[in-house]
Design a protein around this ligand. Structure first.
Ligand code: FES
Length: 128
């Protein structure tokens, strides 16, 4: 059911855990299954220099969180906002159709973290 890449990221998640010195945190949940995610970002000159996640969710949610952190690290906030759930799923060599909604968590969590960072610095997405 799952690709090798999904299994691999589920078994060896990248960047798992809280960042104690995070500049912003994005929390989101899936109302259907009740799963939750927190994305922690550290930002310097509008670049995501470090990122971590905590996910209470299914294997797909953990694998997509892991992949998201790999895709987002080193990107500018503007570039990171363009990461879509489809891109995450593609990078994982696909997700079963019934699991596509799980990839929303990671992408939405990152968006919320970026919005929180901008709010804290007195800016909005339009300022990027
Ligand atoms: Fe809840 Fe996958 S079933 S995120």
């Amino acid at each position: 059911m799952y690709s090798e890449k999904v299994k691999e990221h589920f078994q060896n998640p990248r960047n798992m855990g809280e960042l104690p010195d995070a500049d912003a945190i994005g929390k989101t949940g899936n109302p259907v299954c009740g799963d939750l995610i927190w994305i922690y970002i550290k930002v310097k000159d509008d670049v995501i220099v470090d990122i971590g996640f905590k996910t209470f969710g299914c294997a797909a949610a953990i694998a997509t969180s892991s992949m998201l952190t790999e895709l987002a690290k080193g990107k500018t906030l503007k570039e990171a906002l363009k990461i879509t759930r489809a891109e995450i799923a593609e990078s994982l060599e696909g997700l079963p159709p019934i699991k596509m909604h799980c990839s929303n968590l990671a992408a939405d969590g990152l968006h919320k973290a970026i919005e929180e960072y901008l709010r804290k610095t007195g800016r909005s997405i339009e300022d990027l």
